[in-house]
Design a protein around this ligand. Structure first.
Ligand code: NAD
Length: 359
């Protein structure tokens, strides 16, 4: 979509302050002061205790303590424990360092208390750029959208991503690409978001194979983190479609892992939508360096190039789950460029299950 062709569109920019670069963690204290946080509770996971400690070291007397219990899907029990830690430490702000799980915990605390958040993402999931919070209670996931959950400031530090394991780097990066892909054919898409989407896909598509070959390639890590930021903006700006619906069904009902599921499903969802979204396909192909080529095939080849899983079977989906997944995918569907036909969705899932090339 280009504005010169007479199309009308609405663009809503979300407030964001971003500090980007290598070694930018050193700016954490300045950012915390800027947010008027006097004592920050630092949030992370058990496997990223060293990252949590690095934040403590930067904040000095503005660090109130570390809560390292963040887990996937933001369970409310964990949020309650973190709220106890916040009160117990007398903290008046949070610093979340980690992936989407940790950033989700920061959002869950902010929306309940109004405390400011500084997010320091260490994966490519993009949650730090969205006003969306998904939470689980008694196994049921609910999602809310509110500016109150959006972090006030974000530090992207390339150095923190050097240790992101190669396998997670590839799948997390393709998870980010999925946000931009769906932004390119979103019902409420617009030329500004599309600029970021195409640029984000191109940066990640260039960087991910280089990271797979050398996980400490700083230039590639910088490109990937920049691309992830842009793709996260896309996720926060416009509505997602079939691909995200399928991933929510597969993650929510079958417990499949987040980034890996996105990686396996994306080429098939793109192939499904290709006939209904030719302009988006052209832009995806161009961003993949395949001008005039096949967007879905290019994404399939990118997953292969980074050594990512390519079948739902290897992620643990049982073969007898395909019918249920197809049923759920067509219930309460998200807006999608091509109408959802159960038989065609079932066929899409079958190909994703076996790891076949997308059609
Ligand atoms: P994650 O946050 O669960 O991280 C996976 C694991 O990798 C964790 O153990 C983490 O500690 C570790 N890790 C992260 N960065 C690391 C690094 N640099 N070095 C070493 N280890 C590191 O995974 P994710 O894919 O980033 O996030 C997935 C979750 O985020 C899901 O629950 C998803 O629903 C949510 N999410 C939400 C939004 C939103 O807008 N609300 C957007 C994207 C993802």
């Amino acid at each position: 979509m280009i504005p010169g062709d007479g199309q009308r569109f609405t663009y809503t920019g979300l407030p964001a302050r971003v500090v980007f670069g290598a070694g930018t963690l050193a700016r954490a204290r300045d950012e915390v002061e800027r947010l008027a946080i006097t004592r920050a509770l630092i949030l992370t996971t058990p496997s990223q205790i060293a990252h949590g400690q690095a934040v403590v070291d930067c904040l000095g007397d503005r660090a109130a303590g570390v809560f390292n219990g963040a887990v996937m899907h933001t369970p409310v029990e964990v949020t309650r424990a973190a709220l106890d830690a916040l009160r117990g430490a007398g903290a008046d702000g949070v610093v979340a360092i980690g992936g989407g799980s940790t950033i989700g915990l920061g959002k869950a605390i902010a929306v309940r208390t109004g405390v400011p958040q500084l997010a320091i993402p260490t994966t490519y999931a993009g949650s730090e750029m969205t006003p969306v919070l998904g939470e689980t209670e008694a196994g049921v996931k609910t999602t809310r959208r509110s500016l109150d959950v959006l972090p006030e400031a974000v530090i992207y530090d390339v150095e923190l991503t050097l240790g992101l394991p190669a396998a997670l780097s590839g799948t997390s990066g393709i998870n980010a690409i999925a946000h931009a892909v769906e932004a390119l054919y979103a019902r409420d898409g617009n030329p500004i978001t599309s600029l970021m989407a195409e640029h984000g896909i191109a940066a990640l598509a260039r960087a991910l194979p280089a990271i797979a070959a050398d996980p400490v390639d700083r230039a590639a890590r910088g490109d990937a983190l920049y691309g992830a930021w842009l793709c996260g903006v896309c996720l926060g700006a416009v509505g997602m479609a079939l691909h995200h619906k399928l991933c929510h069904v597969l993650g929510g009902t079958f417990g499949l892992p987040h980034a890996e599921t996105h990686t396996v499903v994306l080429p098939h969802a793109v192939a499904y939508n290709a006939p209904a979204a030719p302009e988006a396909m052209g832009r995806i192909a161009r961003a993949l360096g395949l001008e005039g080529g096949d967007a879905a095939g290019g994404l399939h080849d990118l997953a292969a190039a980074v050594g990512a899983p390519r079948s739902l079977a290897e992620l643990g989906l049982p073969a007898d789950g395909l019918d249920r997944a197809a049923d759920l995918a067509v219930q309460n569907p998200y807006a999608n460029p091509r109408p959802l036909e159960r038989a065609a969705i079932r066929a899409l899932l079958e190909r994703a299950f076996t790891g076949a090339r997308p059609e």
